[in-house]
Write a protein that binds this ligand. Structure first.
Ligand code: ZN
Ligand code: ZN
Length: 337
């Protein structure tokens, strides 16, 4: 089988590997689609994200969907022929974080395409069956199914910030993560969600996908003390300053975006206004809910996929370059045969 590796910064190579054998509790998944994520782009562009540094060739990709072609003897939840998505992090199951359900914080989690763990830009993957989920019938397109992964980020962030029924929410960032946060906030009972960004085309897409209001921060402002909760999905320093003003005293801000490692925050404003900063990292136990949300919005979400490429070394390279450099790109998907 073929696998596409990040060989070194901005250099991909292709390798021929043996098809893996599934363990007793694993399934063998034939890959059908892999979405390009911001983290793939970061590793390709810079070779690192914060403490995670690519030191040896690594297979990229973690947003993936495929078909079960073999099941280990102890697998009860899946069968050959099932169309599935893979939750891409395997935790240790035994540490205090795993035992308390916060397995996203497991120090030994092996997460696809986080160095040194290989990802899913490969034709077959053997994976723990309890982290593999059936795709709802309504979702025909494997490419769309890969969006369950960012959706899980939105679901998990929303569980962390816990909106109350009728809340007003603001989302900074109209990229894929901003969109999924908006959808999750609405599903969790927010009455109105405003999406703020600096690009009109992205804001238009956010509106089409269900944002109640959109604000272009280049030309417009957010009213003071207007929102009960917020999501920071850009990583841009300026958004923290805006959030400290436009979120009501006693409100909450979900931190999802990953910007520069060191940033200036108006901490005194956050303290004096008692705005809780609630970080959320990846997700835990969020895939089932994310699949339901994806099913509910699958027709609209097709609009987020702007580019598709067929799996090959050249196309993966083009897919990543497109996701990196084309400002109109939404979700870029690589389709397998
Ligand atoms: Zn992702
Ligand atoms: Zn653990």
């Amino acid at each position: 089988m073929k696998a596409v590796y990040l060989e070194s910064v901005q250099k991909l190579t292709e390798k021929e590997l043996p098809v893996p054998r599934p363990g007793d509790r694993q399934v063998l998944v034939k890959m059908k689609a892999v979405g390009i994520c911001g983290s793939d782009i970061h590793y390709w562009h810079k070779g690192r994200i914060g403490p995670f540094v690519v030191e040896q060739p690594m297979i990229l990709g973690h947003e993936c969907a495929g078909e079960v072609v073999e099941a280990g003897k102890d697998v009860a939840n899946l069968a050959v022929g099932d169309r599935v998505v893979i939750e891409p992090g395997v935790p240790c199951y035994t540490c205090e974080y795993c035992k308390s359900g916060k397995y996203n914080l497991c120090p030994d989690i092996r997460f696809f395409a986080t160095p040194p763990v290989d990802g899913s830009m490969v034709e077959y993957v053997a994976f723990d069956a309890d982290l593999v989920f059936r795709i709802p019938e309504e979702i025909k397109d494997f490419g769309l199914a890969t969006m369950v992964e960012p959706m899980a980020v939105g679901v998990f962030a929303t569980r962390t910030v816990k909106p109350a029924l009728g809340d007003n929410a603001v989302v900074f960032g109209a990229g894929v993560i901003g969109i999924v946060c908006m959808l999750a906030a609405k599903a969790a009972g927010c009455a109105a969600v405003t999406v703020a960004d600096i690009r009109d085309d992205r804001l238009e897409r956010a509106k089409e996908l269900g944002a109640d209001n959109v604000v272009n921060l280049k030309t417009d402002t957010l009213s003071d003390s207007c929102y009960d909760i917020g999501y920071e999905a850009t990583g841009a320093e300026a958004c923290y300053a805006l959030a400290s003003k436009c979120i009501k005293p006693g409100g909450k801000l979900s931190l999802v975006g990953m910007g520069p490692e060191l940033q200036s925050l108006p901490i005194v404003d956050f303290v004096c206004r008692e705005i809780a900063l609630l970080p959320s990292f990846r997700y835990a136990n969020a895939y089932p809910a994310a699949l339901k949300l994806l099913k509910a919005h699958h027709e609209k979400l097709e609009k987020i996929i702007t580019h598709r490429f067929a799996f090959s070394l050249e196309s993966v390279d083009e897919a990543i370059r497109t996701a990196y450099s084309d400002p109109t790109a939404g979700k870029v998907v690589v389709d397998f045969q």
